[in-house]
Design a protein around this ligand. Structure first.
Ligand code: 5GP
Length: 190
């Protein structure tokens, strides 16, 4: 990772999705999910670490009873390219057989991570399994996969913020953004 500033906001080239837009979309998704699962109970599983902030905002807008859990899956190292392999570093602790499960992911790029996780959970025989993703990059898809609930559709650019990182940085940005070019390389700060 290239040079970073003392203030994370100074390393941002462009804000793609504002804090207000995200909050509004979370309101809408929360209402939609609450209506769809009315009378049911949910197990909501979020994918560490990227989906943590979206998950926290989303579940507070869902009014049906739920249990929560998390899973850590890695398909990316400190680079911006998918390796195509998925490794589970931390599993869920909840028995999901016969339960309505919703998987919360930060972003669907090639779709490889999510399709792996979906079949991993399907084998545990949930009553239903749906996916909520904050961001969808359909242009990069390698497997046929569409999120049941989608926050925003974006192009093929690499984004950070609101839980999403570049080399473990920028997760704390309250918006979704594109970093300045020097962040990607080891050149001196402009
Ligand atoms: P996929 O398996 O769909 O190619 O990749 C999904 C994972 O790659 C996401 O959970 C996320 O960790 C990472 N990823 C894909 N695109 C981006 C991006 O634009 N920004 C960040 N920060 N991570 C991404």
């Amino acid at each position: 990772m290239g040079h970073i500033s003392a203030n994370v906001h100074d390393d941002i080239k462009k804000v793609l999705i504002t804090e207000e837009q995200i909050a509004k979309r979370c309101d809408e998704l929360g209402a939609e999910i609450s209506a769809d699962y009315a009378g049911k109970e949910l197990v909501v599983i979020f994918v560490l670490k990227g989906a943590s902030i979206f998950f926290a905002d989303l579940i507070r807008r869902i009014n049906v009873p739920m249990q929560v859990d998390s899973i850590a899956a890695a398909s990316y190292g400190n680079t911006t390219k998918s390796s195509g392999t998925v490794r589970i570093d931390k599993d869920i602790e909840t028995a999901i057989e016969g339960r309505h499960v919703m998987l919360v992911e930060d972003i669907i790029d090639t779709g490889l991570t999510l399709s792996y996780l979906k079949s991993y959970f399907e084998r545990q025989k949930p009553a239903s399994l749906k996916v909520a993703a904050l961001l969808d990059k359909p242009g990069a898809r390698k497997v046929d996969l569409v999120p049941d609930y989608n926050g925003f559709t974006i192009g093929n650019e690499f984004v950070v913020g609101y839980g999403l990182d570049y080399a473990q940085h920028f997760r704390n940005l309250p918006y979704i953004a594109i970093p300045k070019d020097y962040v990607w390389n080891d050149e001196e700060k402009e």
